[in-house]
Design a protein around this ligand. Structure first.
Ligand SMILES: O=C(O)[C@H]1O[C@H](OP(=O)(O)OP(=O)(O)OC[C@H]2O[C@@H](n3ccc(=O)[nH]c3=O)[C@H](O)[C@@H]2O)[C@H](O)[C@@H](O)[C@@H]1O
Length: 422
């Protein structure tokens, strides 16, 4: 009997307990739902700006970094905002500008498309040379406004983008976000700046898509992109036309051809082939129909940097002000390639020789995921306008890359923090 009472009493208490627990649980859920519906969370930008993008010290760093040296070697005294500054091309261009005395402010969102620790290492390199890199997104209008209020940039070198041809099938949104919305965001802030800066930005050789006539000339058609990546770059070129036409922005697009070199991108074939060959892992080498070899006009980073600086130095001023165009402004597109395509099989042979390791080759048909069979640049227009002349053949360039790779990752294995993300 006692037992029964006890158990009855105990049961009642358990019931009461579980009832109040449920009450607490459901009211918490309700409060959370109300909060989510009626309270808009603080925007990430304002959160960031409170923490990272304010204060006298921050503003001083931005201004110092943007300030050209009075004895600038180029004599141009540019003050350049480089977007994607912690990226591969962004780092090299920022360093080259800074070294010749121009002012440079970097902007990068340090996303994790590939190993962000490589981007952090590049950032360190830049900061050691006096380039301040702001961590922020090109779609953050508040941050851009703040930057343009602080500095009168003469130029914007817009290199921030979602790169990679094949990844577009996995994450299409990131291409729209960075390459379309991000580009518009940059044009918008430049449009209202007074004076408006001139803009040089990274398009891509991929806009030539399925074209078969070689070498690719800027006048060729670009309406058959083979990947969403290519389509967003092509769209960027059309958007550039619009902003040039309506607002008088001076805009130069650069069609880069498979850029490689030290501090490169781990998502690119030459980079992850190196990694896999060293590990003894097999590598997939794509081939076209009827065993046709796939080839690229691989272009060494130093040549690309020269092209970028040439484009910046010959960019005319924008002609608008207060968001209105005063007269027609410059609008250009240049190929920046190496002018001598090399089959991917040859790239692998060079790597084998440099690494002294035989690759485990796995030949596969070119998947239908955005790749094209070949690229080949005609660079006569860039040569005419700013003396662009690529100097580095693939073997010489890869030698420099392998040297850097072995040095960087031999330290990396020790620290175990610099693994590539490919
Ligand atoms: O020049 C360009 O426009 C583009 O160059 C590269 O794109 P891609 O030429 O495809 O460079 P990789 O991804 O490094 O591929 C190089 C070559 O290796 C081949 N490949 C790639 C991957 C693989 O596993 N096996 C293989 O044979 C590709 O088909 C291609 O022919 C960049 O990744 C793009 O961001 C850039 O815009």
């Amino acid at each position: 009997m006692m037992m029964m009472e006890k158990s009855h009493y105990g049961g009642h208490r358990r019931w009461a307990c579980s009832c109040s627990a449920r009450l607490v649980f459901w009211s918490t859920i309700l409060i959370a739902v109300f909060y989510l519906i009626f309270q808009s969370p603080p925007s990430t930008s304002s959160l960031h700006s409170n923490v990272k993008w304010s204060g006298q010290n921050w503003e001083k760093r931005v201004k110092n970094s943007a300030h050209p040296r009075s004895n600038s070697k180029s004599g141009n005294h540019l003050s350049v905002l480089v977007t994607g500054a912690a990226g591969f091309v962004g780092t090299h261009v920022s360093l080259a500008l800074k070294n010749r005395g121009d002012g440079v402010v970097g902007l990068d969102n340090f996303n994790n498309y590939y190993d962000p620790s490589l981007k952090r290492a590049r950032q360190k390199l830049l900061e050691n040379s006096g380039v301040f890199v702001i961590e922020g997104d090109i779609n953050d209008h508040e941050l851009l406004k703040k930057l343009f209020d602080l500095v009168q940039f003469t130029h914007v070198m817009h290199l921030a983008a979602q790169a990679g041809v094949r990844y577009a099938m996995e994450n299409p949104d990131s291409y729209v976000h960075s390459n379309i919305a991000g580009l518009v965001s940059i044009f918008e802030i430049c449009k209202i700046a007074n004076p408006q800066p001139a803009i040089v930005w990274a398009s891509s050789s991929s806009v030539y898509g399925l074209n078969s006539g070689v070498p690719f000339s800027e006048n060729d058609r670009t309406d058959q992109p083979a990947s969403l990546y290519a389509a967003t770059k092509k769209a960027g070129e059309e958007i550039a036309h619009t902003y040039n036409h309506i607002y008088g922005l001076s805009i130069t697009g650069l069609r880069f051809f498979t850029v490689y070199g030290p501090w490169g991108r781990p998502d690119m074939a030459y980079f992850f082939f190196t990694k896999d060959i060293l590990k003894g892992k097999s590598i997939s080498i794509f081939e076209g129909p009827d065993h046709k070899s796939v080839a690229r006009d691989f272009t060494y980073i130093d040549d690309i940097v020269k092209g970028c600086l040439g484009a910046l130095d010959t960019a005319e001023k924008s002609t608008g002000s207060g968001g209105k165009k005063k007269k027609p402004a410059q609008l250009r597109v240049f190929n920046l390639g190496n002018t001598s395509p090399v089959p991917v099989t040859k790239l692998v042979s060079i790597l084998e020789k440099l690494l002294k390791v035989k690759a485990k080759r796995n030949i596969q048909p070119l998947p239908r995921n955005g790749d094209v069979l070949f690229t080949h640049a005609d660079v006569s227009y860039a040569r005419k306008e700013f003396g662009y002349q690529p100097k580095t053949d693939l073997e010489t360039g890869l030698k420099k890359f392998v040297h850097w790779y072995l040095d960087y990752y031999s330290h990396g294995t020790r620290k175990n923090s610099r693994k590539s993300s490919s």
